[in-house]
Design a protein around this ligand. Structure first.
Ligand code: CTP
Ligand code: MG
Length: 233
């Protein structure tokens, strides 16, 4: 009954670091709003049964219209987000229909998510209660004091960059949210929330191309990937 997979698209941020004057997920790359690229990939994926999009206050109608325009038939709800990413994802979570037992969360600012990544997350959720896409770090990571002195070098072999999509069983995510709310705790992604709540979280391969548009130069890189339509699996 509860074996369907649903997506929460986190698209309620302000894009302050990019500083475009509008939230970055509304900017166009490769001819389409950034958030539409990811939505199209999830829309086409057979394992995804429904999508809830979480947007900034006042943007609900504009996004509903965009979803109609791009024929995104799986988008059931477009709801207003919160001040933090966690609050936004929680709002989305409350609007998923009850048949959804596996919850995926994706950043609207990652337009290069691939069908293979979605498959890997959904498949892993057959055996694990929580999973994220991740990639091994390429550079050596240093812990540095506020004065600029290196405190230590972290062993690179075990370090991964966390990406989205991230997924969890509905029961696990629901419990983790209730715990965080009761403790007044905030986390930057679902994995951190689930880990802190005591759940085991696994990693499946993401891709370095699955970058999150954060600063202006990221727009160039993403545009380049689309132009050369590189394999982003
Ligand atoms: N997000 C959200 N609700 C928030 C904050 C962030 O849904 N209150 C979403 C963003 O829209 C984005 C994803 O979470 O798709 C990752 O966040 P981030 O890259 O930090 O985006 P912004 O918060 O928009 O950017 P900035 O931190 O530079 O303001
Ligand atoms: Mg942010």
């Amino acid at each position: 009954m509860r074996d369907k997979a649903g997506l929460i698209l986190a698209a309620a941020g302000r894009g302050e670091r990019l500083g475009a004057g509008v939230p970055k997920q509304f900017l166009k790359v490769a001819g389409k709003p950034i958030m539409i690229h990811a939505l199209e990939t999830f829309e086409k994926h057979p394992a995804i049964s429904e999508i809830v999009v979480v947007v900034p206050p006042g943007k609900e109608e504009e996004v509903r219209e965009m979803c109609r325009h791009y024929a995104l038939s799986k988008v059931g709800r477009v709801v207003c987000g919160g001040e933090t990413r966690q609050a936004s994802v929680y709002r989305g979570f409350q609007h998923l229909s009850l048949e959804v037992g596996k919850v995926l969360v994706h950043d609207a600012a990652r337009p290069l998510v691939s069908a293979e990544m979605i498959t890997r997350v959904v498949e892993a959720l057959k055996h694990h209660g929580a999973v994220i896409c991740g990639v091994p770090v390429r550079d050596t990571i240093k812990e540095v004091s506020p004065e600029g002195k290196i405190l230590r070098t972290l062993p690179r072999e075990r370090l991964y960059l966390a990406q989205t999509p991230q997924g969890a069983w509905r029961s696990w995510l629901g419990e983790a949210f209730s715990w965080a709310l009761s403790q007044g705790k905030e986390f930057t992604d679902e994995a951190a929330l689930l880990e802190a709540a005591g759940f085991e979280v696994h990693v499946v391969p993401g891709a370095h191309s699955n970058l999150k548009i954060t600063y202006p130069e990221d727009l160039w890189i993403v545009e380049c990937f689309f132009k050369n339509s590189l394999d982003t699996s």
